[in-house]
Design a protein around this ligand. Structure first.
Ligand SMILES: C[S@@+](CC[C@H](N)C(=O)[O-])C[C@H]1O[C@@H](n2cnc3c(N)ncnc32)[C@H](O)[C@@H]1O
Length: 229
């Protein structure tokens, strides 16, 4: 998988309105996570794979005096983020890749990512880069919907047209530890509204039947937290 392929794919997603669709669906998950991030004045936060920047802006507003920077490989996503930007918010958006972060060592006190890290072209290199740009004691919060303990999602990889890392929690932990992170903990984030209404369910290639929808909902999103000790 190349960055060109990712760029082409996610530029197309941006053009067909998927940035807004993701903001709506991922925003429901992050509504439960954001209040628990405990960002504080002076934090500098990196948002990896920021899409249209909705979470970058929320991070920048999570406490007075927070500065947030979103990066994304897809220029069309960054263009959307800039369109939606408000100059009352300390946020910025750059085209860039996880594998070569264009920031100095120890630039950020915090990092965040929603539904993006499993697209890394080189996951080990991406986590090593993340470790490099975090200050000692810096924390990363990564939330993903696609992981092996949520088997109904495995089929997603057949439909995106790009490579995706379908890892178990133990494999994610091993990858974080290999990059140098000293602590790793997880939490599941389940939508309290439930899986929806069975009578309104329509099968599709992503969710072939109602039971898959129920099981996938019950597994929840995976929130991983790691610290650079
Ligand atoms: C599923 S979208 C999620 C976007 C946003 N975080 C959200 O929740 O709406 C994944 C994003 O990660 C970006 N991305 C994927 N692989 C990347 C990489 N290796 N480097 C930088 N960005 C990447 C994509 O361009 C895309 O915008």
């Amino acid at each position: 998988m190349s960055h060109d392929r990712l760029r082409e794919t996610f530029d197309q997603w941006a053009q067909k309105g998927d940035a807004e669709r993701m903001e709506a669906s991922h925003g429901i998950t992050i509504a439960q996570v954001m209040p628990k991030l405990e960002l504080k004045a002076g934090d500098t936060v990196l948002d990896l794979g920021c899409g249209n920047g909705w979470a970058t802006r929320q991070l920048a507003q999570a406490a007075p005096g927070v500065q947030a920077i979103g990066i994304d490989v897809a220029p069309e996503m960054i263009a959307k983020a800039e369109e939606l930007h408000s100059y009352t918010i300390r946020a910025r958006y750059d085209v860039g890749t996880f594998e070569a972060l264009e920031f100095a060592d120890e630039h950020f006190s915090r990092a965040f990512s929603m539904e993006a890290m499993y697209y890394a072209v080189d996951l080990d290199k991406s986590l090593a880069e993340l470790f490099r740009v975090l200050k000692p004691g810096g924390r990363v919060d990564i939330v993903i919907d696609f992981y092996a303990e949520r088997p109904g999602t495995k089929v997603w990889a057949d439909h995106t047209g790009v490579d995706m890392h379908y890892l178990s929690i133990a494999e994610w932990q091993a990858a974080f530890e290999k990059a140098g992170f000293g602590s790793f903990e997880t939490e599941r984030v389940v939508d309290p509204a439930g899986p929806g209404d069975e009578s309104a369910f329509e099968a599709n290639e992503w969710t072939p039947d109602w039971q898959t929808k129920v099981d996938t909902h019950a597994a929840g999103a995976l929130w991983m937290r790691a610290t650079k000790s």
